[in-house]
Design a binder for this molecule. Structure first.
Ligand SMILES: [Zn+2]
Length: 143
């Protein structure tokens, strides 16, 4: 047989290479098994995370619902990313990003819904204040 290291011929009964001193593998020993790449596992939770992420963005204009889908999307996506040796990791990452974007959008949507009401309320309050001032009522005790 031949040396694994230097390639020189080694008579069959020797246990080390006469040329370089490398140990000779025992030919009777079984060749080290080539470990097959473990099969990838399905990753349904990652797909669920992506679907929730898409729903969150699509429904971001609805009050309330995007927070639920965004929360589920975040949880599912992180679970999908954390799953070892599985398919659809990219889907889980996309699901996580979409969930976060969707929730941010829905916060803005909610603010757009609330702010006109608040502005209206403040305008009414200051209107009332000027009315009270005009009618001579002392309205400064709380200032
Ligand atoms: Zn050798």
């Amino acid at each position: 047989m031949y040396c694994n290291k230097c390639g020189s011929y080694i008579p069959s009964k020797r246990t080390v290479c006469s040329n370089c001193g490398a140990p000779v593998p025992d030919p009777s020993a079984p060749a080290p098994a080539v470990e097959p790449a473990p099969a990838k596992r399905p990753n349904g939770i990652a797909v669920a995370g992506l679907i929730m992420g898409i729903l969150t963005v699509v429904l971001c204009w609805l009050p309330g619902i995007p927070f639920l889908t965004g929360l589920l999307g975040t949880i599912f996506s992180i679970a999908g990313i954390a799953k070892k040796n599985a398919y659809f990791k990219g889907a889980a990452v996309a699901g996580l990003i979409l969930s976060i974007i969707g929730v941010i959008l829905s916060v803005f949507a909610l603010l757009a819904l609330i702010i006109p009401g608040v502005t209206k309320y403040l305008a009414k309050a200051s209107e009332a204040e000027s009315y009270i001032r005009a009618t001579g009522v002392v309205w400064r005790t709380w200032l």
